[in-house]
Design a protein around this ligand. Structure first.
Ligand code: CP
Length: 316
């Protein structure tokens, strides 16, 4: 594997899930694979889970791991080709990525969208430039449009928890939030679920439909109660509008998952990628109750990252 930016970089999703589950049982079996190899993790945005789980994954494989908060500790980065750099940017991505590629065998990078210009964000300009200049395998730690390590961990969690002998109904539901949030987790989850043996239903208020390229093939309903009927898994996530790009169109009253809504489901397991705004996106009663899978998802982040890094190390 030379890059991991979306489900399209994975030859066989089921095999990768199996690999992650195998690593969960045997985390130290490949301790020599990453010997004398360096993993660089570059963050342009905050992180708790991605940062720590990917570090553990690299360590489990015997890698040296370096973390850099490029937004705070690095030089201000220029990404425009041909820019006359007489303003605030100090270092061009051409040199920055190429230099990091000399220091590292694999690089992970997190770069959120600015939510100002849809075309610019959805072109994944920064991630694509980083990949082309780094000249080593690159893992997305969440980009402008996707969060593939999260989605793999989510699919691992669903695989572990699904009811036997049944194709599970998985509902991705929009939830309220206090500010504009990117679409990447929801886009990515929808894209991965289309590759999995599940029935995917997406529910969101009018004006919040995700881009067709991610939801094509899924049922999209604007009535949350209807969508939740008989669900086996409910994935809760806020996202800002794709149509009116980056805008918050409603306060989302009535869309927070509660036990009352859970009663509509098939005693569904409830998922969220975290961090979660308690009693805004998801109620305390669900997060503290027996149906919540949020900690299981976070735990599986390590083995999702380890499966991807293992594939990359094997291809070096
Ligand atoms: N879910 C997730 O990516 O968490 P962090 O933003 O804390 O890494």
């Amino acid at each position: 594997m030379k890059k991991y930016t979306s489900v399209h970089d994975v030859a066989d999703v089921n095999e990768l899930v199996k690999e992650a589950l195998h690593l969960k049982e045997n985390p130290y079996n490949y301790k020599t694979l990453g010997e004398n190899k360096t993993l660089g993790l570059v963050f342009l945005n905050p992180s708790l889970r991605t940062r720590l789980s990917t570090q553990i994954a690299g360590n489990n494989l015997g890698m040296n791991v370096m973390v850099m908060n490029l937004d705070k500790e690095g030089w201000a980065l220029e990404t425009q080709d041909g820019a006359i750099m007489n303003g605030t940017t100090v270092e061009h991505i051409k040199e920055a990525a190429a230099v990091m590629g000399q220091y590292c065998d694999i690089i992970g990078i997190r770069s959120f969208p600015k939510l100002q210009n849809r075309e610019e964000d959805y072109s994944e300009d920064l991630l694509n430039k980083f990949i082309s200049y780094a000249n080593v395998p690159v893992v997305s730690l969440e980009s402008a449009t996707r969060h593939p390590l999260q989605s793999l961990a989510d699919l691992v969690t669903i695989t572990e928890q699904k009811p036997a002998g049944k194709k599970p109904k998985v509902v991705l539901t929009w939830a309220p939030h206090v500010k504009a949030i990117p679409q990447c987790v929801a886009n990515s989850f929808a894209e991965w679920m289309q590759q999995a043996d599940v029935e995917l239903v997406i529910t969101n208020p009018e004006g919040y439909d995700l881009a067709d390229e991610f939801t094509k093939g899924a049922t999209v309903l604007h009535n949350q109660d209807e969508a939740l009927l008989d669900a086996d898994f409910v994935y809760v996530k806020n996202w800002s509008s794709y149509e009116q790009y980056g805008k918050v169109l409603t306060d989302g009253e009535g869309w927070m998952m509660t036990n009352e809504k859970l009663a509509l489901t098939n005693n569904a397991k409830v998922m969220h990628c975290l961090p979660v705004r308690r009693n805004v996106e998801l109620s305390d009663e669900i997060l503290d109750g027996p149906n919540s899978l949020v900690l299981e998802q976070a735990n599986n982040r390590t083995f999702a990252a380890q499966a991807v890094l293992k594939r990359m190390l094997e291809a070096l």
